[in-house]
Write a protein of this length. Structure first.
Ligand SMILES: Nc1ncnc2c1ncn2[C@@H]1O[C@H](COP(=O)(O)OP(=O)(O)OP(=O)(O)O)[C@@H](O)[C@H]1O
Ligand SMILES: O=P(O)(O)OC[C@H]1O[C@H](OP(=O)(O)OP(=O)(O)O)[C@H](O)[C@@H]1O
Ligand SMILES: [Mg+2]
Length: 328
């Protein structure tokens, strides 16, 4: 590749196109004003973003998104932390988790048959595994698709007498089918474990996962790609900030300096600066502090106190872009 092509490489944003994360991920980008355009119709696996220059959208499965972030084929993507920790050998070197997204919650857990009433902890499981090994000469079989997470977690608990049976689906059925004694799998409601008469060990939660916005450290971060990332991340951050703040406007007799330190008192700030006596004051404050602040302003003689929820709050810089830049 020549220098110009590297400098020109577009940003690739990888978006779940199927499975559990698809709907929430699409809604998430929609809230941030990021609308995907598929020029060749619904089955097109490549798209663009309306109004964002230099960005391509790749529609992929959650696990393929991890692979592309790890290799550097995609710059940004949404995927589950479970898949990142499982699929990427040195995840912290290859990718940066920019922010958790509040959906796609699921735990990766160690589950054993409910009938094993004396087995409640990893230490109990270790006893079972050692006994199987010494009395029956065979190893405890663990059905899972989370091979690497399982090896790491079992090693941390000093459990060595086991063998992994790789599972590609319907993992919870393995004990009943006789292909493994226990399972490591992901769960949200617990319904599938219960239906298969399995229980989670007390200390058997290996990872509490949720969907994350993830950046690739290895992708070709051309100037063009960085500019596109800036446009995307500033919209996402503006929507995130807007969701957590309320804007309060009021006519007030006193100058804003006489109101005390609104930052210390309410976690609020004056985005457009201090207001003079007899002027209009604009305050941004956390949602939970709204009524306390309104009462504080009323005490100072405020009138027409109007509270609204902004759609976006754009700042010169934002935590997402700062996190990304700190890694490039
Ligand atoms: N109850 C759940 N079960 C499984 N995954 C969940 C659940 N809740 C949230 N997730 C998240 O969704 C991710 C994708 O799971 P999903 O089953 O949708 O994948 P998929 O689209 O079938 O992809 P693949 O074909 O690669 O398995 C999981 O890795 C996890 O991070
Ligand atoms: O705790 P629950 O709410 O019951 O969810 C857990 C189930 O969901 C997942 O399977 P999925 O439906 O994604 O099918 P898959 O195994 O084909 O990915 C997971 O592998 C469990 O089987
Ligand atoms: Mg699945």
């Amino acid at each position: 590749m020549t220098d110009t092509s590297v400098n020109d490489a577009p940003l690739v944003l990888a978006v779940p196109s199927k499975g559990r994360l698809q709907e929430n991920a699409t809604a998430f980008f929609g809230r941030a004003g990021l609308k995907f355009v598929k020029s060749r119709g619904e089955r097109d696996y490549r798209g663009t973003i309306a109004g964002v220059e230099g960005a391509e959208v790749a529609f992929l499965s959650a696990s393929e998104i991890v692979a592309q972030l790890a290799s550097g084929a995609a710059h940004l993507g949404i995927t589950g932390e479970d898949l990142v920790r499982e699929q990427v050998a040195d995840a912290d070197a290859a990718v940066e988790m920019l922010t958790p997204l509040g959906f796609g919650h699921a735990n990766v857990v160690v589950a054993v048959p409910q009938a094993w009433i004396d087995v409640r902890t990893m230490a109990d499981l270790d006893d079972v595994a050692s006994a199987m090994r010494s009395r029956q000469g065979r190893k405890l079989r663990v059905a899972t698709k989370y091979v690497n997470l399982t090896r790491r977690f079992f090693a941390r608990h000093g459990l060595a007498d086991y063998r992994i049976v790789e599972s590609l689906g319907a993992t919870e059925g393995a004990p009943a089918a006789g292909t493994a004694e226990i399972v490591v799998d992901i769960t949200t409601t617990g319904a599938t474990l219960a239906a298969n008469a399995l229980k989670i060990l007390d200390d058997g939660v290996m990872l509490a996962s949720e969907a994350n916005l993830v950046a690739s450290v290895r992708a070709p971060w051309s100037e063009r790609a960085l500019a596109a990332a800036n446009a995307i991340l500033s919209r996402i951050a503006a929507e995130e900030e807007a969701r957590s703040v309320r804007e309060i406007r009021a006519r007030i007799d006193a100058a804003s300096e006489t109101l005390g330190d609104l930052g210390a008192l309410f976690g609020a700030r004056l985005p457009f600066g201090a207001s003079p006596a007899g002027g209009v004051l604009t305050v941004h404050c956390p949602e939970k502090a709204v009524f306390a602040l309104v009462e504080h302003l009323a005490t100072a003689g405020a009138d027409d106190v109007t509270v609204s929820a902004p759609a976006y709050v754009f700042r010169k810089t934002n935590p997402l872009i700062e996190r990304l830049q700190s890694r490039l």
